[in-house]
Write a protein that binds this ligand. Structure first.
Ligand code: ZN
Length: 134
C-alpha cells in the first residue's frame, strides 16, 4: 500500500459541510460528484499529499445514512492508494482480512475501489483505491 489517499467523513448536509471545510482549509473543494451506485454525493478537498472526502447520503438505505444513524457524523473510512488493487485484494484475503468488495468497482474521483470489513481491521473501514488511467 502506498500513501493515505484520502479520509472519508460522513456528513448530513454536504453544502453546509463544504462551507465549514472550505473555511477550515481556506480553499474550496476541487470537485463534487454523485456516485449513484453508492447513493452518495461526495466532495473532495486537497490537503497536501492526501485528500478529505465528504460523503452525504442521497438515500436513507445507503451505507452513509446508516452510519450516521448509528454513530453520527464523523470519520467513516480511511483510503489507501494501491498500485494494483486486484493483487492487493488477493494478498489481503490470504492474510485473512474480510473483503467486502471482491470485485473492485468504480468509485468517486476516477478510482477503482474496494473495501475491507471493519470487523477484520480493528473497527476501521478501509478502502483501497487505484487510479483509473487512460
Ligand atoms: Zn473514499
Amino acid at each position: 500500500m502506498n500513501k493515505i489517499e484520502h479520509i472519508g467523513i460522513a456528513v448530513k448536509n454536504i453544502q453546509e459541510s463544504n462551507k465549514l471545510f472550505s473555511a477550515l482549509f481556506n480553499k474550496k473543494p476541487y470537485k463534487q460528484e454523485e456516485v449513484k451506485s453508492e447513493h452518495v454525493i461526495t466532495s473532495f478537498f486537497e490537503t497536501g499529499e492526501s485528500k478529505i472526502e465528504l460523503l452525504q447520503a442521497t438515500d436513507p438505505e445507503s451505507a452513509i445514512a446508516k452510519f450516521i444513524e448509528k454513530k453520527g457524523e464523523g470519520i467513516h473510512h480511511i483510503a489507501f492508494d494501491v498500485t494494483n488493487i486486484k493483487e492487493e485484494l488477493e494478498r489481503l484475503e490470504k492474510e485473512g482480512f474480510t473483503i467486502i468488495t471482491k470485485e473492485p468497482k468504480k468509485g468517486a474521483d476516477n478510482k477503482l475501489v474496494a473495501f475491507l470489513h471493519p470487523k477484520s481491521t480493528n473497527g476501521v473501514l478501509i478502502e483501497l483505491c487505484q487510479e483509473i488511467r487512460g
